[in-house]
Design a protein around this ligand. Structure first.
Ligand code: SF4
Ligand code: SF4
Length: 432
């Protein structure tokens, strides 16, 4: 079975929402749309208080080489532009009062687009990596290196999350065609879809859809293991190529994009639709009615949770994203963005909220790390203020997958240590 070295086997917990069909979540009375929903620089507001906007109208202009445009998700009046919290910080938000008319602004559909037209269209529609990283897709599809392999990351290895799985099952043709356009942008006629072997049923559906629609795609089943969906680990499993430390996948001739990104690329090219809504999984033992919803960006997380039964007494932890790489929140007063793959409410059992203790030198974290790092040493360095030591032990190569923290019997907050180490190394001008 195709896989990568090390890794862990957390309980998948996907059965709660895996068979729940995608439903449309009603638009709220007002949306609060962050101008930073992607990697790189925040978009710059293009509207002012009092302006009337349509759904799909640009409200934030991409700023600089790594950035993405941001669009309104409803029609109505801009009632404020102000800083508000996001899942991982703060940024400017455009608040729009929904007039309930859903007037929409779209681009003309593209017919048989050339590679450069595809890349332009993805930029014009604000498409970013919707698996969580939010890297602008148009930038990714214009690599400096020669690329000869394109992989769609359909591993969805984070426990609980099922939004990609539902796309593969409910929108196989649209997803495959979107991926085909992206491959064409790279000058390729074929592409791989990397899935974990717990999604063999989806692979069968995709095989049939590819054959029915004359799409040259190869489904590759990989071992169900975390973090199978991490870029470098998936590349290794599918192609056996290694991406060198500090290098991008394109340096190994590979580009990897996420399932939802391909679906949004399809709608951008075939329908001229801007990226302002996405499928979000709502799950966890603290959720009464798990769901997979199409949600407009700017919708409050609290509204989505209310529709699933609210935050009950059993819930002890709210997460945006998966339990391994997601961001814990103190409340639901933040907005759904292009990268919100999941909203989870975990119970005490699921959250394993035990106190952390001192390291017992068991080396479990070293055995689990898919990047072959020694988290125990990086943690010790950062605790003692030895930023140089943390850098020497390769903290900058950490992909923040959380495998080390998951296996640590002492419940050391290792991911926080890794994030802190990277921050301190950057501050002192170390390797990026
Ligand atoms: S050190 Fe980083 S890459 Fe390694 S297991 Fe921990 S979080 Fe994952
Ligand atoms: S897994 Fe935890 S206790 Fe074991 S060596 Fe790593 S940090 Fe220490």
């Amino acid at each position: 079975m195709k896989t990568f070295p090390h890794g862990i086997h957390p309980k998948g917990n996907k059965e709660r929402s895996a068979n729940v069909a995608v439903a449309e979540f009603p638009a709220p009375e007002a949306v609060s749309i962050p101008l930073l929903q992607h990697a790189g620089k925040a978009a710059v507001a293009k509207v002012r208080k009092g302006d009337y906007v349509k759904a799909g109208q640009k409200i934030g202009e991409a700023e600089g080489a790594i950035s993405a445009a941001v669009f309104s998700s409803v029609s109505g009046e801009v009632i404020a532009i102000e800083k508000r919290p996001t899942a991982s910080g703060h940024c400017e938000h455009v608040i729009i009062k929904n007039d309930g008319k859903y007037e929409e602004e779209k681009l003309a559909p593209l017919k048989n687009p050339a590679p450069e037209q595809i890349v332009r269209r993805l930029a014009d529609c604000g498409i970013v990596g919707m698996g969580g990283a939010g890297f602008p897709t148009a930038v990714k599809l214009a690599p400096r290196d020669k690329v000869d392999a394109f992989i769609i990351n359909a591993a969805e290895c984070e426990p609980y999350l099922t939004c990609d799985y539902r796309i593969l099952k409910e929108y196989p043709r649209e997803f495959l065609m979107g991926a085909q356009y992206m491959a064409a942008a790279l000058g390729l006629e074929t592409f791989f879809v990397g899935l974990e072997d717990n999604k063999a049923d989806a692979a069968e559906i995709l095989d049939k859809a590819a054959s029915d629609n004359n799409i040259c795609a190869k489904m590759v089943l990989c071992h169900t293991k975390y973090p199978q969906g991490a870029e470098k680990q998936l590349i290794y499993a599918v192609t056996k190529r290694k991406v060198r430390v500090g290098k991008l996948p394109a340096s190994a001739g590979v580009i990897v994009c996420n399932v939802h990104t391909a679906l949004s690329a399809f709608y951008a090219i075939e329908n001229g639709e801007k990226c302002y809504k996405r499928i979000v999984t709502v799950s966890g033992g603290g959720v009464k009615t798990p769901a997979n919803f199409w949600v407009r960006t700017g919708t409050p997380v609290s509204a989505v949770l209310d529709a699933c039964g609210g935050i009950g007494d059993a819930a002890v932890k709210l997460l945006i994203g998966g339990p391994m790489m997601g961001f814990a929140q103190s409340n639901g007063d933040i907005a759904v963005t292009k990268t919100t793959s999941g909203i989870l409410l975990l119970t005490a059992d699921e959250a394993s909220a035990e106190e952390s203790g001192p390291c017992i030198n068991c080396a479990s974290c070293v055995k689990a790390c898919p990047m072959s790092l020694m988290p125990v040493y990086i943690d010790a360095c950062i605790l003692s203020g030895d930023v140089g030591g943390a850098e020497k032990y390769g903290a900058m190569n950490c992909i923040e997958c959380g495998s080390c923290a998951f296996v640590c019997p002492a419940r050391r907050p290792l991911v926080q240590s890794m994030r802190l180490a990277k921050k301190k190394i950057r501050e002192k001008g170390g390797k990026r």
